[in-house]
Ligand binder design. Structure first.
Ligand code: FES
Length: 79
């Protein structure tokens, strides 16, 4: 099943990139371009990442990495 229709990226591909360490939509975009055209798949990618596809997700959250593709969903919570 496709996650990103613009680049023909499948859910399985996104999960594989996540397992390889791509823990944010931006890193997924770097790995396979998904989310860099119309952007409509970014939320689907976020949902996949949020479901534990990436084992290192917590480390990324702690690092507070900025994600330009979807800043509203990736902003660190106010301390
Ligand atoms: S569907 Fe992924 S960028 Fe358009």
């Amino acid at each position: 099943m496709y996650v990103c229709n613009c680049f023909g990226v499948t859910e399985a591909q996104v999960k594989r990139h996540a397992e390889d360490g791509a823990c944010t939509p931006r890193q997924i975009a770097s790995a396979c371009k998904a989310g860099t055209d119309c952007g409509s798949c970014v939320r689907r990618i976020q949902a996949l990442l949020g479901r534990g596809a990436c084992p290192r997700r917590e480390l990324v959250d702690q690092g507070g990495s900025a994600v330009a593709l979807a800043p509203q969903a990736e902003l660190p919570e106010a301390a």
